[in-house]
Design a protein around this ligand. Structure first.
Ligand code: ADP
Length: 503
């Protein structure tokens, strides 16, 4: 197996300076060390180097951050401002992120390992989402029921309005750090909430820079707090804190269920964006020039570390061999290495543990009858790299077919026709996403209608937009992010009925 060159090319001087600076929690408008002074090393998955140390917070810091958020909410320093003022601040925040976009991209590459092209793309989409949330907040209107509820002998003024929910805990994953922060913080702030962001312990750095720019943009003290640290410690303390009104979480289904159970005690509002085992379906009438690279990158992009990864590939029998060979060719042609090198298309996976887990699932699948068409190994070198891998013949109950792998591994399965593929595609406890490749518009719509998935892409994959709701069916989550629904999930509806007297 090839050796990976995982040396880091030079980073911007401002990135080097940022990495060398102190990384503490943002509580109110202050950067605070953990009360016991503990710090955690953050490492670059491309070579294992420690690139920064970050405050390892605990329940005391969570309590202080939640109290700061709650005080700012009660004092109405943010929700009490006009929507146009809030929009202006958030648009300024977006401009500052755009000014430093290359810095964000490089920090996420060093922290997460993703290739720089992807980091640039996702920070741009995060900025777009922030601008969109800021602008739609100004368009939310109340509903007026006065005419419908009034009658000849009773005159009513009845309306329903929404208000910000309160204090929101935003728990984000490591697979797209800066963008994940914005996917939650943008609607929460635009909705008028005060919030506490908990970045993943493996990738906390871009969150801290975002916190700095939010303050610079004019987000008032206490409205945006950031607490770094362990999921079980900081995450649990946030979910259980009595002053937290809403939890929005992106991560694994196992942890999502645990959060739902803990939040249920106080019936906190919960949004969950969880795992997936998404099908990509290629019909024999598909444009294979589009379908082959589309299905390949549906799972190989970000080394498969995407909740939407299209990890089950259903191919109509007539074109099965051709499509599988084509995807194998794409896999073999992808350049793997340090994400900072713009020539590389795939970076490492996040950790040695994750690399070993992926290898174990592939090995177990082989024992259960799967055959490797290409990949299947881990290139040597210091970083945590995994070769893009294509398998066929996997047992339908093996982890290759049932479990979210979060790695660049695709299992190809032949099918006969539409009636054969739909039940197979839906045979999963997950329901996040799906891709369909066909030139038959009618078939595309039927499949989209039949699939149990919150997001269906036709002749493309993974295309998201801040206007288009995103989320999952079944065990892939609760609620939707993006769009008006996403913003409204940070607001609570209130109905007011006033009986009027006189003429
Ligand atoms: P993944 O499985 O994708 O690594 P996790 O679901 O473990 O992701 O974690 C996603 C986010 O949830 C991270 O910020 C992590 O620190 C946090 N987290 C982990 N465990 C818990 C928990 N028990 N309660 C709340 N948050 C948690």
């Amino acid at each position: 197996m090839s050796e990976i060159n995982s040396n880091s090319p030079d980073v911007l001087p401002e990135v080097a300076e940022f990495l060398g600076s102190a990384h503490h929690a943002l509580i109110g408008a202050q950067w605070k060390m953990a009360s016991d002074g503990r710090m955690r090393d953050v490492c670059n998955p491309a070579n294992g180097d420690v690139i920064a140390t970050v405050a390892e917070c605990g329940p005391a810091e969570v309590d202080a951050a939640v109290k700061a958020a709650s005080a700012s909410f009660k004092a109405k320093v943010w929700r009490g401002t006009s929507v146009s003022e809030r929009t202006q601040v958030l648009l300024r925040f977006a401009d500052l992120i755009e000014r430093d976009a290359e810095m964000f991209a490089q920090i996420d590459v060093l922290d997460n390992g993703m290739p720089i092209w992807l980091a640039r793309m996702i920070i741009a989409s995060g900025i777009e989402g922030l601008r969109y949330a800021a602008m739609i907040a100004a368009t939310l209107t109340d509903e007026n029921f006065s005419a419908a509820t009034s009658s000849a002998d009773r005159r009513l003024h009845a309306y329903s309005a929404t208000q910000p929910i309160g204090v929101a805990a935003l728990i984000i994953p490591w697979n797209g750090p800066a963008a994940s922060f914005l996917v939650k913080a943008a609607p929460a702030l635009a909705a008028g909430c005060s919030c506490i962001v908990k970045p993943a312990e493996l990738t906390p750095l871009s969150a801290l820079l975002l916190g700095k720019l939010a303050l610079e943009a004019g987000v008032p003290e206490g409205v945006l707090n950031i607490v770094t640290g362990d999921g079980k410690v900081v995450g649990n303390a946030l979910v259980e804190h009595p002053l937290v009104d809403k939890v929005s979480f992106t991560g694994s289904t196992v942890i999502g269920k645990e959060i739902a159970r803990r939040a249920a005690d106080r019936l906190k509002r919960v949004t969950l964006e969880l795992g997936g085992k998404s099908p990509t379906i290629v019909f024999d009438d598909a444009d294979l020039e589009l379908a082959i690279p589309g299905a390949a990158m549906a799972v190989f992009a970000n080394s498969g570390q995407m909740c939407i990864a299209g990890s089950r590939l259903f191919v109509q029998r007539k074109v099965f061999d051709k499509v599988v060979a084509g995807i194998g060719q794409v896999a073999g042609s992808l350049k793997i290495g340090n994400g900072m090198d713009p020539n590389n298309q795939l970076g490492p996976v996040i950790s040695a543990q994750q690399r070993d887990r992926i290898a174990a699932i592939v090995a177990e699948g082989q024992e259960q009858g799967a055959e490797i068409v290409c990949g299947g190994g881990s290139p040597s070198g210091n970083g945590f790299f995994v070769e893009p891998t294509v398998v066929v013949g996997a047992d339908k109950d093996s982890s290759l077919i049932r479990e979210e792998i979060f790695g660049p591994v695709i299992a190809a399965i032949p099918f006969d026709d539409l009636d054969d593929v739909i039940p197979q595609a839906n045979d999963s406890r997950y329901g996040l996403a799906a891709g369909v490749f066909t030139t038959d518009v009618n078939k595309a719509h039927i499949v989209a209608d039949e699939l149990e998935a919150g997001n269906v892409w036709v002749n493309c994959y993974g295309v998201t937009h801040p206007m288009v709701p995103f989320g999952g069916f079944k065990e892939s989550g609760w609620g939707r992010e993006f769009g008006v629904d996403g913003l409204q999930s940070y607001r609570e509806s209130k109905s007011v009925v006033v009986q009027l007297h006189g003429s």
